[in-house]
Write a protein that binds this ligand. Structure first.
Ligand code: WQD
Length: 344
């Protein structure tokens, strides 16, 4: 089964390509490297011992998409391609709305034009804002997003839902990721933040590698056991496997039109300081960090209730926080050893 993977050279996309192949699917990557690096393709080649079919194109390029759909006989698509930096989205909202919404609309139109039924959409727990009750379930009401980025995820969910409810021959699921982290155990693919990392784990690994002088913990005066924020950190390989299970679910649905939403997390919450301590313990390194002011827009605590994805998709996170932080560190060390991995 050929599966289009938009943004397939990215962090979660590249790990999903590995798991798709392991599960017998035939992924085809489309990526314009706006938020990824060509080196991911070389890493995939080393892991898989063959080249994954790849098109360098923009998901907003109608002609390019038509040409690819004309050539490939897709049975499904996984839509990762999007701008995803929360802070940048506040500064450049139109760039985010244009790119993230238009690419989703164009993909839906093209899938219908070529009779491609199955869609897995990359959504985010950010659509919940600061939930009143924890853990969050899929019935937890979405709150006004804390950023244009988060808003694009919520709007894209609604675009897909409304398209399906209008009777389009599309079977779709939106996967609401919690906090992806870690890397493939081979150390050959992983997170490649462009510029200064916004996310916690890559900032930790770059600090440990001496690229960053120190990590700033954004606030320790929250209403949590140690005062720092709580998140649900999920290993990227577990997250990738959830996409395979989602395709299997869609293949099994008999309806012509189907839409559902799933939280994809571990179901456990950890504080920022617990992440730091675990990273130091499992990697035998000392991290240079300081406590700073809160980061505007941060939610205090969020973690997933994962009964639905467990029961309906038969998926559960298997990797531990320790494994994720060890894999993240191995990847960072490889990056430093082989500077050439990341071709500019
Ligand atoms: C986690 C915690 C920070 C950096 C966002 C998006 C989400 C997804 C993942 C795209 C917070 C703290 C962080 C640092 C810190 N994005 N932190 N010092 O904000 O939970 O989620 O990224 O898919 O949709 O909302 O992730 O890693 O930025 O922050 O103290 O240098 O770590 O305050 O509490 P976040 P994060």
């Amino acid at each position: 089964m050929r599966i289009l993977v938009t943004g397939g050279a990215g962090f979660i996309g590249s790990h999903t390509v590995v798991e798709l192949l392991n599960a017998g699917y035939e992924p085809v990557i489309i990526d314009n490297f706006s938020n990824s690096n060509r080196s991911a393709l070389a890493g995939l080649r080393q892991i898989l011992n063959h080249d994954v079919p790849f098109y360098e194109a923009d998901c907003n390029d109608q002609q390019a998409l038509n040409d690819i759909f004309e050539k490939e006989n897709f049975q499904g698509a996984i839509h990762f391609a999007a701008h995803k930096a929360v802070g940048e989205s506040v500064a450049k909202p139109l760039m985010y709305y244009r790119n993230n919404l238009d690419s989703t609309i164009l993909l839906l139109e093209t899938m219908q034009q070529y009779g491609v039924p199955n869609l897995v959409f990359s959504s985010s727990c950010t659509v919940y804002g600061q939930p009143e009750h924890l853990p969050v379930t899929e019935e937890t009401p979405r709150l006004p997003a804390q950023s244009p980025y988060g808003n694009t995820k919520a709007i894209c969910e609604d675009i897909i839902r409304d398209t399906v409810h209008a009777g389009a021959p599309i079977k779709a699921v939106a996967l609401r990721y919690f906090n992806p982290m870690g890397a493939h155990p081979s150390g050959l693919i992983g997170e490649l933040p462009l510029g200064v990392p916004g996310n916690l784990v890559p900032y930790i690994t770059q600090t440990a590698a001496g690229i960053r002088e120190k990590l700033t913990v954004f606030g320790d005066d929250y209403d949590t056991p140690d005062g720092t924020c709580i998140r649900d950190f999920i290993h990227v390989v577990d997250l990738a496997k959830a996409h395979v299970q989602a395709l299997r679910l869609l293949d099994s649905r008999q309806e012509t039109s189907y839409y559902d939403i799933f939280n994809v997390g571990t179901g456990e919450g950890n504080t920022v300081l617990e992440i730091i301590r675990t990273f130091e313990e499992v990697n035998h390194v000392k991290l240079n960090y300081t406590i700073g002011p809160r980061r505007p827009g941060d939610v205090e605590k969020i973690y997933a209730q994962v009964d639905k994805v467990n029961q309906v998709m038969g998926w559960r996170a298997e990797k531990t926080l320790a494994e994720g932080l060890q894999d993240a560190w191995r990847w960072e060390q490889n990056l430093q050893k082989n500077k050439s991995i990341v071709s500019e």
